[in-house]
Unconditional design. Structure first.
Length: 140
């Protein structure tokens, strides 16, 4: 009988260790999920900062970046519009210096394209639309 009792004890101790390992896996899973949630929040915040960052032009803002060109790994020339004046700035890692100032040119509206001068994308969209409607290929 002692042999049966020992077998029962071994089975019970084996059952206890498997319950301990299952609870260990549950804690590990909860920790991994919490870590994934924190990483997701960090990625979401960085995406939002890029979308709402300083390069956006808000209503009433008097500063607008017109253009920028890289000159080297840390040097660039930036054209900034401030209250009707364009400032040409030299930007480095340690300083920003004004290179030139000139009045901003008046904004010239682009004329609308003539009706027959559709771009490639518009012609492709028209052809695709007609093909999907069963009209077959269109000849230009």
């Amino acid at each position: 009988m002692s042999n049966g009792a020992e077998t029962a004890r071994e089975a019970a101790s084996g059952l206890g260790s498997s319950v301990d390992s299952l609870s260990g896996f549950a804690v590990l899973g909860k920790t991994a999920m919490a870590l994934l949630a924190v990483v997701a929040v960090i990625l979401l915040c960085s995406w939002l900062l890029r979308r709402i960052g300083p390069s956006r032009h808000w209503q009433g803002q008097s500063l607008k970046v017109v253009g920028s060109t890289l000159l080297g790994p840390r040097e660039r020339v930036v054209i900034v519009e401030v209250q009707g004046t364009w400032l040409v700035l030299g930007v480095t890692a340690s300083q920003i210096s004004q290179l030139h100032a000139l009045p901003a040119p008046p904004e010239v509206p682009t004329p609308p394209a003539p009706p027959g001068a559709a771009g490639v994308a518009e012609r492709f969209a028209d052809a695709l639309r007609q093909r999907l409607q069963g009209g077959g290929p269109r000849t230009p």
